[in-house]
Design a protein around this ligand. Structure first.
Ligand code: SAM
Length: 330
């Protein structure tokens, strides 16, 4: 039996995780995420589903084991069911995950299950319908909430709810969110606010370090760290006393996890990126559209991994990176 080679970068990190932004478009307009003014890629600028599947297939052949679909809103791209069917056919790819705002889960959950997607991250920054409308621009809280319930009911696992905690915006709900882990078998995850996306909305004063969030949640009970496996990603996970679910923290600002980063990213228009927070990119689309061979794609993937920076410098940069979250894929 042949095994896929291993992708190792200059800092001895094994790269096994590809995050794919299916589209820069989103059905929501989260104030802190959506660039303002909103620019839109033309359809021909986006990689086609065939092109995306080809890159993923080559990456899996090189040793990528886990793929996450993100965006923009991945489920907002037209005929995503067609793409999901293609993904299911890629030999050697057994771990497909999705990050979504949850609005279209009702529509696509059967396609996701059929494609082997079991692991869902659902973004939700407030439990208050009115505030949801203020943050996202749309009155869709009920759909997202129903999407979370449906995901739990249909056996997606793990289901992780991602909240970006922002001081003065939604930090009064930190404890309420943690209570979800008491009631439901989900992982409640708090993400530190990063200076990426809609730059105008970021401010250091809005950043709430994970340590502060943990202290606030402690009113509910003891938090005990859970040991993590390599493929579990950068979250630091805790058991909350009496909870059926768990609590996770993603703290790219206060607790860098670059030394463990195993990620490579493919943007919706076909740029390969070795770090979310560095603007270095390699254009793969031109290669794909000018008769490039699978070997050419392989070489670009390897070259991009060789140039992966040791770590991000976001905490030293007042402006953040220029890339937009929706295009790179958060
Ligand atoms: N549309 C999908 C969703 O809503 O999950 C996927 C894309 S969205 C860009 C992915 C995640 O990035 C969301 O959880 C969002 O809250 C997060 N995000 C966007 N801008 C961020 C920022 N400046 N800091 C931290 N997280 C951010």
């Amino acid at each position: 039996m042949s095994t896929a080679p291993t992708l190792i970068d200059h800092f001895d990190r094994t790269i096994s995780y590809l995050r794919v932004s299916l589209t820069d478009q989103c059905n929501l307009r989260c104030v802190y995420c959506t660039p303002s003014p909103l620019s839109k890629l033309e359809h021909k600028e986006l990689l086609t589903y065939e092109e995306l599947l080809r890159v993923i297939r080559v990456a899996v052949g090189l040793g990528v084991k886990k793929v996450r679909l993100t965006g923009g809103e991945p489920l907002a791209r037209r005929r995503v069911d067609y793409f999901l069917d293609g993904l299911a056919d890629i030999q050697g790819l057994d771990d497909i995950r999705l990050t979504t705002n949850g609005v279209f889960l009702e529509k696509y959950h059967t396609h996701l299950l059929r494609a082997g997607v079991r692991k869902l991250n659902i973004s939700l920054d407030t439990l208050k319908p009115e505030r949801f409308k203020q943050i996202t621009g749309f009155d869709e809280f009920a759909k997202v909430w129903a999407g979370i319930q449906l995901a739990l009911e249909k056996g997606f696992s793990p289901v992780k709810v991602n909240m970006v905690a922002m001081r003065g915006v939604n930090d009064d709900e930190i404890v309420e969110f943690a209570k979800l882990a008491l009631r439901y078998p989900l992982q409640m995850r708090y993400i530190e606010f990063m200076p990426i996306g809609n730059d105008a909305s970021w401010g250091r004063d809005k950043l709430i370090p994970a340590s502060e969030i943990r202290d606030r949640i402690a009113v509910l009970g003891r938090l005990t760290p859970v040991s993590q496996k390599h493929m579990d990603g950068p979250a630091r996970v805790y058991e909350l006393e009496g909870a059926v679910g768990s609590i996770g923290f993603i703290s790219p600002m206060s607790h860098k996890f670059c030394e463990k980063c195993n990620r490579l990213r493919l943007t919706s228009e076909g740029a390969l990126r070795s770090c979310l927070l560095s603007d270095d990119e390699t254009d793969l689309r031109t290669v794909l559209r000018s008769g490039g061979t699978d070997d050419d794609i392989r070489n670009i993937i390897i070259k991009t991994i060789q140039s992966k920076p040791k770590g991000h410098v976001m905490d030293e940069s007042p402006t953040g990176c220029l890339g937009k979250m929706s295009r790179i894929g958060g």
